[in-house]
Design a protein around this ligand. Structure first.
Ligand code: ATP
Length: 659
């Protein structure tokens, strides 16, 4: 193949010069933004002297000022002249041959350092085929990380512990202890341990750099890895950042990972069986890694958009199942368990640098690298991003949230860096109340009481709920419409169950029952409605809630006098809830009247006018509810105890009770 490329180099260059990319993106998708917690980049290195000397043209071309890279192959058809086959790949950030490692550091890796310093997990993976520039990139980034950590620019004191290990197949070695073999184990608390690896506490930049260089030298001369090939193993540099003033706080972690190279096609012919087995293991571990990176990113996006909780538990009934993150399937991902395990509740930021060799001779491997990079991208639905508003916690990033905590936590002050080391406003709102309160204790000096922590939690939530009620309309026209609506309609904005009529407050709620009204009722006497269990059933003072859908009389079944369904109402399961010959079924079991169903209004049976209602069910966050529109029941107006106001919260995508 190499000779074919060399023989047709001139034709190839002409075809590439004449290449016109398709005007529209070849892979259209829904409106999305890059995921800020997960940046996938590619770095295309320059052609090396020996590649140019051999006469190979470049096969990888960055498309203008875009994040799109074109890869052109030359193919020999059965008849006729060789043809160009072109492929394009899109990443979040693209670096060409002129880009420096310093630039990549500033853009991508530097933000991970304060993040990990404050207790987050930051991970950088470099990936690519042999001789694509991974080692050059990672060693440069490690040097720059050491400088940022040690130059005193970060606030506070930390203990900095360094370990560097190598994974070759299933076996792990300590590169800071003369390549001593170590074990990757999960302890009884589910924490991955690099058993036998030495962690070096480093106090200055020189020592840090010496350790990095020692590990790199050991890799280069590895006896178990044949030929020159550091690229047959994964190297993991882990920096653990402990906060001595807050021993209860979780350590920050920074991982810099130089992944084994995917196999260059032209190497394969020379491989013996051991090398082929190695290649299979590398490819398999990279495949598991891809699934884990994607799975974790999907879990985070879904948690941020309210599809399910960050820990993957307690998902709403309508939610999709949490993505599966198979971190136990390879030694590499097992070692990085807490990077991938969403149930740990740790916030992660990840950066991938796909290193690409531009030489036409390696164009097949370059395509694999770029395809892999593309597959790692998990964009965030665009609708979810919101511009910063000072009074709206759902729009705050970590810095804005911290500023609010600092200004509002009273005396003694709660340390924002410990209450919200990495979280954004929506993420802190999603933190279980118990965790929030526990963090308040570790975050302040001794006088914080549970009540104070609780009150601070309530303060944030109150602001959040108020801000949702007073949400800013998107445009001036909307603003005018909303202002008019507010004047006329009692603050009604379409996001809460408040009655649009400003005079409603003076009228007893039973006299103004309407679709969308939420009411409290007593589930004590009722166990089941149309086959669905009701939370709180069985008494004990627990209230049930339901949203009115319509008067029962709105459902009279088909009008045809011959229809067997005439005059009946059926629930979603097809069960008759009123009328017909079947009498009262489960859904009508509300109340104690036992009257055979008819769908008239008030019947003098002690129940009052009857309404078809949807159950309001507790959801995963404290105080949150979902409306189960298909879990229907019939309530008489006299069985409704009071009106309850509920409002929709965009950030968590649940309903909350309000006053
Ligand atoms: N951005 C760059 N600018 C100049 N030279 C580069 C660049 N990237 C890589 N190189 C050169 O390319 C060669 C291969 O780089 P490097 O050893 O970093 O690749 P690698 O992917 O780590 O290879 P392997 O997997 O075989 O260890 C080296 O000679 C390096 O100096």
């Amino acid at each position: 193949m190499e000779q074919f490329y060399l023989d047709n180099a001139e034709r190839y260059k002409k075809l590439v010069a004449a290449f016109k990319p398709a005007p529209s993106p070849s892979k259209p998708g829904p409106a999305t933004d890059p995921n800020p917690e997960m940046v996938v980049s590619a770095r295309v290195r320059p052609m090396l002297d020996h590649e140019i000397g051999q006469g190979f043209p470049e096969g990888v071309h960055i498309r203008g000022n875009t994040n799109v890279v074109d890869v052109h192959e030359l193919q020999q058809p059965v008849r006729g002249l060789p043809k160009l086959r072109s492929f394009d790949y899109t990443v979040d950030k693209l670096y060409g041959p002129e880009a420096t490692t310093d630039q990549i550091y500033e853009d991508l890796v530097k933000p991970l350092v304060p993040w990990a310093w404050d207790g987050g997990i930051g991970t950088m993976f470099a990936y690519g085929q042999t001789s694509s520039g991974k080692t050059l990139t990672v060693s440069g980034l490690e040097r720059l990380v050491a400088e940022t950590l040690m130059n005193g620019s970060l606030e506070g004191e930390r203990t900095i512990s360094l370990s560097i290990i190598e994974l070759a197949g299933q076996t792990a070695y300590d590169l800071l202890n003369n390549r001593k073999q170590i074990s990757i184990l999960e302890d009884s608390f589910g924490v991955t341990q690099m058993a036998g690896a030495i962690e070096h506490q480093v106090m200055d930049q020189t020592t840090f750099l010496q350790h990095i260089e020692a590990a790199a030298a050991l890799r280069r001369t590895s006896p178990t890895l044949r030929n020159d090939s550091s690229s047959r193993s994964h190297a993991i540099c882990r920096v653990r950042l402990g906060n001595p003033t807050q021993p209860a706080a979780k350590d920050g972690m920074l991982y810099l990972i130089d992944l084994a190279g995917s196999e260059a096609a032209r190497d394969k012919v020379t491989h013996d069986t051991t090398r082929m087995k190695e290649a299979r293991e590398i490819n398999s571990s990279l495949s598991v890694l891809k699934d884990c990176i994607r799975g974790r990113a999907l879990a985070d996006v879904a948690a941020a958009t309210g599809t399910f909780t960050a820990d993957g538990k307690g998902k709403a009934k309508s939610a999709a199942p949490a993505p599966y993150v198979p971190f136990r399937q390879s030694t590499l991902t097992k070692t990085l368990k807490h990077v991938f395990d969403a149930s740990s509740g740790r916030q992660c930021k990840t950066v991938v640098v796909a290193c690409v060799n531009p030489c036409l001779a390696d164009v097949g491997a370059s395509r694999n690298t770029l395809r892999y990079a593309e597959m790692l991208r998990v964009p965030v639905p665009r609708a979810k991003s919101a511009a910063y508003q000072p009074g709206v916690p759902a729009t705050w990033n970590n810095a804005q949230l911290r500023e609010w905590i600092a200004r509002n936590s009273g005396t003694p002050r709660i340390n924002p860096a410990l209450l919200a080391p990495t979280e954004t406003g929506p993420q802190l709102l999603r933190l279980p109340a118990a965790d929030f309160i526990a963090r308040c204790f570790t975050s302040s000096s001794d006088q914080t009481t549970p009540d104070r922590a609780q009150a601070f939690h309530a303060k944030l939530w109150k602001l959040h709920i108020d801000s949702q009620q007073q949400r800013q309309p998107a445009s001036n026209a909307d603003a005018a419409a909303a202002a008019a609506a507010t004047d006329n309609f009692n603050g009604f904005n379409g996001y809460s169950s408040v009655d649009p009529d400003p005079n409603a407050a003076g009228i007893p709620f039973r006299e103004r029952i309407r679709p969308g009204m939420v009411v409290a009722w007593d589930p004590a006497k009722v166990v089941e409605y149309a086959g669905f269990a009701v939370a709180g059933a069985g008494g004990g003072g627990v209230k049930g809630y339901a949203m009115v859908l319509c008067p029962l009389s709105a459902f009279a079944g088909p009008s045809s006098s011959s229809s067997p369904w005439k005059g009946t109402v059926r629930d979603v399961k097809g069960e008759v809830v009123v009328g017909g010959n079947k009498g009262v079924s489960g859904a009508l079991a509300v109340g104690d009247d036992g009257v055979q169903g008819d769908d008239s209004g008030s019947r003098g049976d002690g129940v009052g006018d009857r309404y078809l209602c949807a159950l309001v069910v507790p959801a995963v966050f404290p105080g949150s509810f979902g409306i189960a529109v298909w879990q229907q029941m019939v309530l008489g107006s006299k069985q409704m105890e009071e009106e309850v106001l509920m409002e929709w919260d965009e950030a968590t995508r649940y309903y909350y009770m309000t006053v």
